[in-house]
Design a protein around this ligand. Sequence first.
Ligand code: TXA
Ligand code: MG
Length: 338
Amino acid sequence: MKTILAPPTEENLARAAQFIKQGQLVGMPTETVYGLAADAGNEQAVKAIFTAKGRPQDNPLIVHISSLDMLEKLAESVPETARRLAEAFWPGPLTMILPKSQQVSDTVTAGIGTVAVRFPSHPVAQRLIALSRCPIAAPSANLSGSPSPTRAEHVLRDMVGRIPMILDGGECQVGLESTVVSVSEDLVRVLRPGGITVDDLLTVASRVEVDGAVLHQLEAGRAAASPGMKYKHYAPKAQVTIVEGKLSAFYQYAAAHQESVTYCMVFDGEERNAPLPCITYGSKDDQRAQARELFDCLRRLDDLGAQTVFVRSPSREGVGLAVYNRLLRAAAFRVVSL
Ligand code: TXA
Ligand code: MG
């Protein structure tokens, strides 16, 4: 199959919507990461998503909407707290887990009784959903196990020959996948941290808890509240270690433990006078910049042939929690504290 990479002109958007209506897959920019979009109501199209990504069948998909009317058809009921969250953070990088209606197929939700719903703020995503006139199932548009794509070239790299079209919306502004929450009465539980932070959620909900799987490895046999959390994710080919401590101690440790092709992933400016090759992922105090650059850095490390990578540990404040959560998975929970 030939894969077209196209700018999101009105003509190309119409063409992309045509592909969606025909049950095909389209690479779609969103404010978080690129999605692999399909008609959520088309069983064959949804199955094709799992095939194109090599995704385990038991990992449910997020359904994307472009109006609140669409929400009513997907969710059996919408708790009051969820309505308030929608009002505060939609459109935007928040996904809510809600009881699913009959209309949502078990293929989309992997047989779970709930459905994940998101209203993206990216104008191209909104336009594509509206033109397709259906809710859109879309996981991140990477091959399963690779870092999520934050640029159209990343999607092309993973999906060339597998899908007919990718809309090029440039670099994603958030750079990490949406915050996933479940809602019960006044309690909001963060299953996956993202661009909407715990503090943001606390402006709306009286109680916010971060699920244990965000910062800790699931014990064998324990069910994940969000199935995606149990898989190794976002991983470059190299062995990644997060190293906590002062910069001088960090470099000493990296130099002492380097192997054949070793890189350090450090904050902007810290690469000066480094004893080893470095790539940078945003400035130390700018968690949003770190989030935006993280996945591109992980992909670049593969291109550089890195085999061993030592990463400066980010602060877990604000969006930093999401950065740290993704790095933990890239590092398969290998953390060294100096
Ligand atoms: O920002 C995003 O959310 C991106 C863009 C494309 O919208 N999408 C995305 O999808 O990250 P995906 O499939 O890569 O991640 C969806 C996550 C997975 O961890 C999955 O297990 C979880 O959401 N999820 C989906 N449905 C769920 C449900 N009913 N209950 C619990 N977790 C669910
Ligand atoms: Mg994903």
